[in-house]
Design a protein around this ligand. Structure first.
Ligand code: 13P
Length: 261
């Protein structure tokens, strides 16, 4: 399968930003202009409390834009105060869920094992997980990028069969590029994306690995998206700051639409 056979996927991770009105306005703007990024899967990941109104705004604007959660429990239901179960995300209209974002790994103690349990629970509920991996600056400078990403991919995706892996999106987000304005060069990103695809082949087969979409994340902006989109193993973007503006988010998506054309 060539790169152009994989449908690019551009997701906006709003993190803990915006309010009810701003979220609805942004979702309506993106959905209303969805045709600008034809051929690209678009996903909006608002804070959980805004999933319902955002999904409503997307539906009202008639846009084919998917909704995702930013995290989920590995449990299906029960006495877990403050947690959100994967079936609940499905119940309110989510198709995707971001798992193991570096902020969750570093600030909330998530590990490859917990991300793996969450990925299995998400898949069991019918969600498509976006599983994040990426090295810190210290790890990159110590020449440990390959070792760190290998451990994260193999640990976070352990035990997923070919069918499950094909439903999974991997997001390579070098921690040093997140929110810093320091984007990885296309060469740096492509190198790790190729590594990830090789690891996926090891977990399943080359055929399966060729079907999995691997997003890049970390300071993706309209002015650097085209160079990233030109790389053969970069199948989309997981966008933080730039996803908070419809113009910027759509411009990034458009860069990937050009690749799929
Ligand atoms: P920025 O695009 O703000 O660097 O954030 C990237 C990110 O963490 C997306 O999940």
């Amino acid at each position: 399968m060539t790169a152009s056979a994989r449908t690019p996927i551009v997701a906006g991770n709003w993190k803990m930003n915006l309010d009810h009105a701003a979220g609805i306005a942004l979702a309506a703007a993106v959905a209303g202009r969805r045709s600008e990024a034809a051929g690209v899967d678009l996903v909006l990941c608002p804070p959980a409390v805004y999933i319902v109104p955002v999904a409503g705004a997307v539906a009202e604007a008639g846009g084919d834009v998917a909704i995702g959660g930013q995290n989920a429990s590995d449990k299906e239901q029960g006495a877990f105060t403050g947690e959100i179960a994967p079936p609940m995300l499905v119940d309110v209209g989510c198709c995707y869920v971001i798992l193991g974002h570096s902020e969750r790994r570093t600030l909330f103690g998530e590990t490859d094992a917990s991300v793996n349990a969450k990925a299995k629970a998400a898949l069991a509920a019918g969600l498509l997980p976006i599983v994040c991996v990426g090295e810190t600056l210290e790890e990159r400078e110590a020449g440990r990028t390959e070792a760190v990403v290998t451990e994260q991919v193999n640990g976070s995706l352990a035990g997923l069969d070919a069918a499950a892996l094909e439903k999974t999106v991997v997001a390579y987000e070098p921690v040093w590029a997140i929110g810093t304005g320091k984007v990885a060069t296309p060469e740096q990103a492509q190198e790790v994306h190729a590594l990830v695809r090789g690891l996926l082949a090891g977990l399943a087969s080359a055929e399966t690995a060729a079907k999995v979409r691997i997003q890049y994340g970390g300071s993706v902006k309209p002015d650097n998206a085209a160079h990233l989109a030109a790389c053969p193993d970069i199948d989309g973007a997981l966008v933080g700051g730039a996803s908070l503006k419809a113009d910027d988010f759509l411009a990034i998506a458009k860069a990937f639409a050009a690749r799929s054309a």
